[in-house]
Design a protein around this ligand. Structure first.
Ligand code: MLT
Length: 231
């Protein structure tokens, strides 16, 4: 297992990837599918979102720029907005600053799963079924390392090791040690830059939900440009 936020087709070739953007893109994707969305289509620009909308039926547009709702979109990037009334049976087209890019960049992997604290245990069980090396892709913030994704990857690694043995890279070991030192997450994550951005926008409830480990037991998969629970 290794973890990090630099993804290239080469770095994920022949591996199974877990993409993590705990605050908040992958937490949003998991919430949407848990609440009955038919699919989530991650796209990297607003233009692409509007183009994709023309090709699909039963669509709802979601996402953020600078952590806030995009003009003309129905939903922002708050997992609390993705309840069943909003998303049931819908194809959610989602564009976010970092998370949806990290997902697209991982497409050269054998398998791409969507992970967060919300499904840490479930995603660990899913990857244990396969024999690939595992790369945990941290979405990061604007190309930079982000503390929130790093500790979440530590939590996933801890779950994975409780299922079977894995060899860990040094960076994976560091993520695990940080998780073990801060099992409550908050004492570490409140130092993160993106934590402050969200708190300043009054999004404390979002953070609380995103830090709820193992609330859900679903594992979304990304394949051919679409995220679904079952292909
Ligand atoms: C992202 O994908 O950049 C993040 O999820 C940003 C956010 O918290 O809205």
């Amino acid at each position: 297992i290794t973890t990090g936020n630099h993804v290239t087709p080469e770095s994920v070739k022949n591996t199974t990837v877990i993409v993590i953007d705990v605050l908040r893109a992958t937490s949003v994707i998991i919430s949407a599918l848990k609440n009955g969305a038919k699919s989530v289509v991650p796209v990297t620009s607003v233009e692409e979102a509007l183009e994709t909308k023309k090709k699909l039926e039963n669509v709802i547009l979601g996402g953020e720029r600078k952590a806030q709702k995009i003009e003309g979109f129905e939903l922002s990037n708050s997992p609390l907005e993705y309840g069943s009334t909003a998303v049931y049976d819908k194809n959610v087209i989602l564009t976010t600053t970092n998370g949806t890019h990290a997902i697209s960049k991982s497409s050269a992997a054998n398998k791409v799963y969507i992970g967060a604290l919300l499904n840490a245990r479930a995603v660990s069980e899913k990857v244990a079924e396969g024999g690939d090396d595992v790369v945990i892709v941290n979405s990061g913030t604007n190309g930079q390392f982000s503390m929130d994704d790093f500790i979440a990857s530590g939590a996933v690694i801890s779950e994975m090791l409780s299922i079977r043995d894995y060899e860990l890279s040094d960076v994976a070991k560091t993520a695990l040690l940080i998780y073990k030192a801060h099992p409550d997450f908050l004492s570490y994550i409140r130092e993160a830059r993106h934590y402050k951005v969200l708190m300043d926008l009054g999004l404390e409830e979002d953070i609380r939900l995103c830090l709820h480990k193992d609330l859900y037991d679903i594992v979304p998969e990304y394949k051919n440009g679409i995220i679904k629970l079952n292909f």
